[in-house]
Ligand binder design. Structure first.
Ligand SMILES: Cc1cc2nc3c(=O)[nH]c(=O)nc-3n(C[C@H](O)[C@H](O)[C@H](O)COP(=O)(O)OP(=O)(O)OC[C@H]3O[C@@H](n4cnc5c(N)ncnc54)[C@H](O)[C@@H]3O)c2cc1C
Length: 307
């Protein structure tokens, strides 16, 4: 990796930079920047309006060839601020704040609304873009407003009434989220702590949290016809269950395998390629389609060179 500045206004650009993801595999970025102010971020947007944003890399597979667009990482402390108003329940968090850290801070402040998101690795920006959540709630329900920069380099604010949060989507993907306002409810910290503990215990019991993965690889599909023993038309059913019933657990391609613990987790081992993960995803998809006539769509984001 080498470091150089792209223009006289000095945004430091790292060349051929590794991209840290939870899969622990994948290619590098031709160019990576870590802006330390909104002004620097705006300069990055002007440099490459098609830039990509790297959060915690917990839902990301980078193709082995890496990516040519500028990658921006909001890891500077200026994106990691948390402001909590205990009286009103308003919380402002920078896009680079770690979600587990925010959850801990809000529980300690006696504010309810995020404790059900325990066990989800993410930055606040990545969690809002993906509308991260599950059995115990989704982050969109607590969002009051999103502050961001658009691809024309303009600072924008989206009120919650303008955001169409849906299952694992926010509709905000074209924006670069800079901070998020949440509205939480005053509650007893001891009760919140207990609830958070229960959520964590559930996750630890059902997911291979120690392995390298990106969480659930596929979205839970909506059934477009009744499926005996699985669900009714219009129902969202567990992709992990379909994968399991289709006999995919333990299937592998190269260094990627379907977790024995949770059918919707693909885990990677030393030497695994992104191409192995993509190959395995293709085989799992085909098997589920063959067995149930259901097409499962990826939940993970895949970055390819020159998209
Ligand atoms: C062990 C494990 C368990 C998981 N469990 C869950 C779960 O229960 N529920 C769930 O929903 N997910 C789960 N996930 C997936 C992951 O935690 C979430 O999708 C999370 O929201 C990803 O956030 P991130 O910051 O890591 O984003 P990344 O993976 O870095 O990026 C994901 C997408 O968000 C975009 N992005 C990131 N930050 C910004 C920003 N500031 N502005 C604009 N775009 C941005 C990226 O460009 C990319 O398109 C799990 C993952 C792991 C590894």
């Amino acid at each position: 990796m080498s470091v150089a500045t792209e223009d006289a206004n000095a945004v430091v650009i790292e060349r051929d930079a590794p991209l840290s993801t939870w899969f622990g595999i994948g290619g590098r970025a031709d160019r990576l920047a870590r802006p330390s102010s909104v002004e620097e971020l705006l300069r990055c947007v002007r440099m490459d309006p098609a830039l990509r944003v790297l959060g915690d890399g917990a839902n990301l597979l980078v193709h082995d060839d890496g990516v040519s667009e500028l990658v921006v990482c909001l890891s500077d402390p200026c994106w990691e601020r948390i402001e909590i108003d205990q009286r009103t329940g308003r919380v402002l968090a920078g896009a680079g704040v770690s979600l587990p850290r925010l959850i801990k801070a809000t529980i300690e402040a006696g504010l309810a609304g995020l404790e059900g998101l325990g066990g989800i690795p993410a930055t606040v920006g990545g969690a809002v873009i993906m509308n991260a959540g599950g059995k115990f709630g989704q982050i969109g329900d607590a969002v009051q407003a999103v502050h961001a920069v658009d691809r024309a380099g303009i600072e924008v604010v989206r009120d919650r009434r303008e955001i169409r949060f849906d299952y694992r989507r926010s509709g905000l993907n074209e924006l670069i989220v800079t901070s998020v306002e949440f509205m939480l409810c005053p509650s007893d910290p001891a009760v919140l702590k207990e609830r958070h503990k229960e959520v964590m215990a559930y996750k630890k019991g059902s997911q291979p949290l120690a392995a390298d993965s990106a969480g659930c690889v596929f979205k839970n599909p909506l059934l477009d016809a009744d499926l005996e023993g699985i669900g009714a038309r219009g129902e969202r059913v567990s992709a992990g269950r379909l994968i399991d019933l289709a006999g995919c657990k333990g299937m592998s391609v190269g260094g990627a395998s379907v977790s024995e613990r949770h059918g919707n987790f693909i885990v990677t081992s030393r030497g695994c390629l992104a191409a192995d993960v993509l190959g395995l995803m293709g085989r799992v998809r085909a098997r589920v389609a063959d067995r149930f006539g259901v097409v499962i769509e990826p939940e993970i984001v895949v970055w390819r060179r020159d998209r």
